[in-house]
Design a protein around this ligand. Structure first.
Ligand code: ZN
Length: 82
């Protein structure tokens, strides 16, 4: 690469993963309201206060959802602190 040359990276649109989207659509889309039943279409999930094992181990965290909005955030490079 030439020194001092500005290089623009081509923007690549990443489509949602069809298998994951189909699974989400079948099991987690709330048909009554047409929203993601996991995140309410925010694309993020916070289970820090709710995902606790039977032995009392806190297993939760903050995650990007598997719905199309969460996949879009992930594909855009979004990361959440667990
Ligand atoms: Zn979601």
């Amino acid at each position: 690469m030439a020194k001092g040359k500005i290089v623009y990276q081509k923007s690549v649109a990443v489509e949602p993963n069809e298998s994951i989207t189909a699974y989400w659509f079948k099991h987690y889309l709330n048909p009554g309201v047409g929203l993601c039943g996991l995140c309410g279409n925010s694309g993020t999930i916070d289970t820090t206060a709710t995902a606790i094992s039977a032995a009392g181990v806190r297993a939760g965290g903050r995650f990007l959802c598997i719905c199309p909005n969460g996949q879009a955030l992930r594909n855009a490079g979004e990361h959440l602190d667990a």
